[in-house]
Design a protein around this ligand. Structure first.
Ligand code: PMP
Length: 466
């Protein structure tokens, strides 16, 4: 189709949606004229993708809604003022997050204006780019209460983890970690074992937590490092890093934490935490992919890898990371409250609509946006597939999702049976989710689970359980 006709088709669609909005709105404000909503470009920018604040007045809400329609972010699906977001509804925020528009805005100028090489000190464009990097470094450091010179930019948390653990290579020591760590940590630990290090993998209880006394008992005279993730990427379980660090300090052992799922989602203060190295990543906090950081405490002995990273700095990504960190720092308290309420609504809705659900890991000390649920008698892959056009979800880590015939190592470590682990779904709610989405997700999942259970052979034989 030539571009002109695509454009006119779009115009017609937008026009149709506007007419629909006007009709809905006239029920509320009978005096509303088409002119009242003709020029939404003058109106304040949208705060979120689908947040229309009708409490500020129906007209303001309407204008925001129209703007979103014009930008093709939402579609009007019913006649009673409900604006459903465009499909799919994104509930896979542990895998990655959408980039916040404010972050995109910050990055764009680095492509077209501040495009210098940050190492080119001889001219103004290079110095400008270096300034952008330093502003971003200060913002990223500010998010975790660190000094800017403690931040090493990396390509993401995978590299941060490899650097943190790899800095011990050659020391042939003993490392303590946990069975439920992310693949990027487990893979690096395997390499270190092959190179002659010894690793103790601590077990977790059914709630996914380690036991501090077991950790203390595992420390010996050879122990050089303890690496425990702060928040789990499948269950959202938060480990007591400050307590771990206090014990490690008594024994003179360094502590690294993979805080990729925690930074930007719970308050993380590097100094209060007491760890020595912290890995995190921009794309879990509404920043771009391919940029992360390793925080390395001032004063600890550093290998050259922990001091600087070779190569031209990715200035747009670093600027985006900085903006994402600045936004997270400012908005975190409200965001936690809002997302916790949505998550609780989702859990309550699902529990009321679907029998035989099991919550994996306790609701205490868990990321606000996380739920991990076993849908007894339902194969998680079938459920995901049935939902996949409308609701973006996963069974666990994105890094392992291609091979999901095996149960999650995290759920198995928590003591779950293979069958229960293979019926589990991970929900990751985030900044752009809305209450309307949650209502829709509950209804949709209830419908599909009912269908899948009714098709399962055991339920055909024993229908009372459906
Ligand atoms: N650690 C955890 C806990 C993660 O969730 C992820 C991302 N899935 C990583 C490390 C790797 O992060 P990145 O994608 O930035 O390399």
């Amino acid at each position: 189709m030539p571009p002109a006709s695509v454009k006119s088709l779009l115009e017609t669609m937008i026009h149709h949606q506007e007419a629909k909005v006007l009709r809905i709105a006239r029920d509320v404000i009978p005096t509303l004229t088409p002119e009242d909503i003709r020029n939404p470009d003058d109106f304040p920018a949208l705060l979120g993708h689908t947040q229309f604040n009708f409490e500020d007045g129906i007209l303001a809400g309407l204008k925001s809604a129209l703007m979103a329609i014009r930008q093709q972010k939402v579609t009007v699906t019913s006649g009673d003022c409900h604006f459903f977001p465009r499909r799919p509804i994104y509930l896979d925020n542990h895998a990655t997050t959408a980039v916040d528009e404010r972050v995109v805005g910050e990055m764009l100028s680095c492509f077209t204006e501040q495009y210098g090489n940050a190492a080119s000190a001889t001219h103004v464009l290079g110095r400008g780019a270096a300034g952008v990097v330093e502003t971003a470094r200060a913002r990223v450091a500010g998010l975790i209460g660190a000094y800017p010179d403690e931040i090493l930019f990396t390509s993401g948390a995978t590299e941060s983890n490899a650097l943190a653990l790899g800095s011990l290579a050659g020391r042939k020591g003993h490392i303590i970690s946990v069975l439920t760590e992310h693949k990027s940590v487990l893979d690096t630990l395997k390499k270190l074992e092959l190179a002659g290090n010894r690793v103790t993998y601590l077990p977790v209880d059914p709630d996914g937590k380690i036991k501090l006394n077991e950790m203390r008992a595992a420390i010996n005279s050879q122990t050089v490092l303890i690496s425990v993730m702060m928040a789990n990427n499948e269950t959202g379980v938060i480990q007591p890093i400050a307590n771990i660090a206090a014990i490690a300090k008594e024994k003179g052992v360094l502590v690294h934490t993979d805080a990729t799922q925690a930074v930007g989602r719970v308050r993380v203060d590097a100094r209060e935490l007491g760890a020595d190295m912290i890995s995190f990543s921009a794309h879990k906090m509404y920043g771009p992919k391919g940029i992360g950081a390793l925080w390395v405490r001032r004063g600890i002995a550093k290998t050259p890898d922990l001091v600087s990273r070779p190569g031209t700095l990715n200035v747009p990504a670093i600027a985006g990371f900085g903006k994402a960190a600045e936004i997270s720092f400012k908005e975190l308290p409200q965001e936690i409250t809002r997302i916790t309420a949505l998550r609780n609504r989702l859990w309550q809705g699902l529990r009321e609509a679907i029998p035989r659900l099991e919550l994996n890991a306790s609701m205490e000390e868990r990321l606000s946006g996380n739920l991990n649920i076993s849908f007894t008698g339902v194969d998680a892959q079938s459920l995901l597939l049935a939902l996949s056009d409308e609701i973006a979800l996963s069974a666990g880590s994105a890094c392992l999702s291609a091979s999901r015939t095996q149960p999650s190592h995290v759920l198995v470590a928590m003591g779950m049976t293979r069958a229960r682990a293979l019926s589990s779904i991970r929900f990751g709610l985030g900044r752009f989710n809305t209450g309307e989405e949650i209502e829709y997700v509950v209804d949709k999942i209830a419908e599909i689970v009912k269908k899948l259970r009714s098709l399962s052979p055991s339920n055909i034989l024993f229908p009372k359980f459906v």
